[in-house]
Design a protein around this ligand. Sequence first.
Ligand code: TXA
Ligand code: MG
Length: 414
Amino acid sequence: MSLRALLSSSSLAMATRVLKCNPSSISFLPSSHEPQISCPETLDSLLEASNHLVDLLRPVAFPTETVYGLGASALSISATSQIFAAKGRPPDNPLIVHVSSLQMLDILLAPGFTIPQPYHKLIRSFWPGALTLLFPSNPDVVPSIVTANLPTVAVRMPSHPVARALIAIANIPLAAPSANSSGKPSPTRPEHVLRDLEGKVGIILDGGPCDVGLESTVVDGLGTDGNIRVLRPGGVTIEDIERALQLDIVAGQRIPQVLVHGRDFRDKEMEDTPTTPGMKYRHYSPAVPVTLLMTLSPPPEKVEAISAANYLADLKNLRQDSSRPFKVGLLASTDSALSMLPLPTDGLEWHRHSMGSKTDLAFAARSLFDGLLTLERDGVDLILVEEVDQRDEGLAVMNRVRKAAGETKWISFC
Ligand code: TXA
Ligand code: MG
């Protein structure tokens, strides 16, 4: 029985409807959080989704500028527990709460909490946008299922017009993880959500592909040292955060340091709990094995780089079914040393997915999850992902690829 047939015969299955939402028909007046919607179909879709969220207390999948989210009322235990069920998400992995205004943020905060000065700068520079900030949580407002009992709650104000309008119309903060089964790559197109969660979610709002293509940057600025700790690199780059913190510095004022988890600090206690995104659980892995090809960085001590031509030709030896070629997905830049090599065809069939020019790291970010999910759908046997430069969006790209890859190979071109 196919998965689709199995799901529709199961008592848990529900009909999934994909409702069109045209982001360019939604606008916000300057300094207003009220959406103006010019397209009747988009308005109908948003009203129906809002009804699903508020009156039925059911989750809805919706586009954000980073990835698609699976949202439900952050104030309801029953609504948020359905997110965990649909994703198969472990209960100790907390959710990000999405707001559409600073007034909505206020409702979530612990009484008496004063927003630290660096947060004001980050909010001014990046909200609405791909930055998530940790705040002390108020368990009287946000149930502990959302925060996994942590003393903090992660909050972000998305910039995607459909996400902003949906939250504003529903008039409730939405807890929303990425709209994928736990452990899979995050969806960046409505068809990714449908393929993964059909029968498990009632409504998917189709707002087209996501601009950023990987998740928000998660930042903790609550430490007593006043520094900014980046728990997960993402859509807002470290370079952008450093620049924002330097704005309007007056003489004698200290600029907070920006410390990146895994690069500048580690925290054993945190790594044992899932508060560092992607630490405890398997992440971002398609159903197909992924190999990371390190083509820029030198190999670690005692590891030898393999010649690129030999590595590619030897892939045919992985073939288990000699009646057909071994299908290899290649997620690579268009102008890298690897992309210049002729691809061997003996016993191999190649499926390329472009990561754009090696200097366009925003394009690489937009292409990564889309590429993994597209190549998985195309039925390849193995996906090769080429290393990108670890600056700007490249840091987040490499963070996700390392977690998705079961194997890493160092490749040389001489
Ligand atoms: O761009 C995004 O952030 C997307 C869109 C939908 O907004 N959301 C997203 O959610 O990526 P999710 O659940 O896939 O990843 C959020 C990560 C979780 O892995 C969790 O570990 C971390 O944020 N997180 C949530 N609350 C936290 C907290 N209080 N402290 C530390 N980390 C937290
Ligand atoms: Mg996720």
